[in-house]
Design a protein around this ligand. Structure first.
Ligand code: ZN
Length: 168
């Protein structure tokens, strides 16, 4: 989930974002009924994407979505490639997502959503995991996993004191 080749702006929220999203991803591993401030709702269970071609098909499908295109009008193509001997996935600003395929956690939908959100929100003028990124992450999560999962992600950010940018 690291990024590189990016901005000189300090990415000070990165570790808080990682831990908030980690809790959220664990809830999506389980799926099912969640109790949330006295309301219950049902979360989907996230998929494991077994290989690069499954991941590429998934991001291509997201890129073609009218819902995401209307929120992020200038999305360029994305290439998913493998990455050896590394512990983290990362996004490269020229439209590449690199996934360490030998790490079981890295082949989850939530990881791909994280990197895809970088593609939607990338700017050299903003921190890589800042409020604009988090806004994109909530939007992509809403598209991929539904409104309940997006609400839970927002709550996880909120619980960590991380603000989410408004829609632009
Ligand atoms: Zn990241």
């Amino acid at each position: 989930m690291a990024t590189r080749g990016g901005s000189a702006i300090k990415d000070q929220d990165r570790s808080l974002v990682y831990s908030a999203e980690d809790l959220w991803s664990k809830a999506l591993d389980r799926g099912g009924v969640v109790n949330f401030f006295g309301s219950t709702f049902t979360l989907p269970q996230q998929k494991i994407l077994g290989d690069l071609s499954a991941m590429q098909r998934t991001v291509d499908f997201w890129l073609q979505s009218k819902a995401l295109q209307s929120r992020f009008p200038n999305l360029g193509p994305l290439v998913v490639r493998g990455r050896k001997g590394e512990r983290k996935a990362h996004y490269e600003p020229d439209g590449v997502i690199a996934i360490p395929l030998d790490q079981p956690w890295a082949c989850k939908e939530a990881v791909l959503v994280h990197e895809f959100a970088h593609h939607c929100a990338w700017s050299t003028d903003a921190p890589a995991h800042g409020p604009a990124y988090r806004h994109a992450m909530v939007e992509v999560a809403n598209f991929v996993f539904g409104a309940e999962a997006a609400l839970l992600l927002r709550a996880a950010y909120d619980g960590a004191g991380l603000e989410v940018a408004d829609a632009t």
